[in-house]
Design a protein around this ligand. Structure first.
Ligand code: SF4
Ligand code: F3S
Length: 112
């Protein structure tokens, strides 16, 4: 089992999650972060740290899409272990629906 990042992260990217992960398994895309499900040790400490409630266990119903997306992009995006600058409009996008279709980007972030 692992935890994965879901749609709620898109355009929010608070990055509180990366500071607490004991195995540094977060990876940064342009508009969201993902977790490498193979590296995640299922400790659960990141889940309550996310202000957008974007992190969920891979046992949630209907989460298969996000497990695949986390696995796919954690293989190509750079690792991130320190909190960067949260987007200035992050709070405006918190909880908004349909962010994936409009704003998901396959481009990598900067990492760090
Ligand atoms: Fe890291 Fe633990 Fe979150 Fe997995 S559950 S991503 S190991 S903090
Ligand atoms: Fe995203 Fe939440 Fe981390 S918004 S960057 S999963 S703290």
């Amino acid at each position: 089992m692992a935890y994965v990042v879901t749609e709620a992260c898109i355009r929010c990217k608070y990055m509180d999650c990366v500071e607490v992960c004991p195995v540094d398994c977060f990876y940064e895309g342009e508009t969201m972060l993902v977790i490498n499900p193979n590296e995640c040790i299922d400790c659960g400490v990141c889940e309550p740290e996310c202000p957008a409630e974007a992190i969920m266990p891979d046992t949630e119903p209907g989460i298969e899409k996000w497990v695949e997306l986390n696995a796919k992009y954690s293989a190509v995006w750079p690792n991130i272990t320190t909190k960067g600058t949260t987007p200035p409009d992050a709070d405006e996008w918190k909880g908004k629906p349909n962010k994936f279709e409009q704003f998901f980007s396959p481009n990598p972030g900067r990492g760090g």
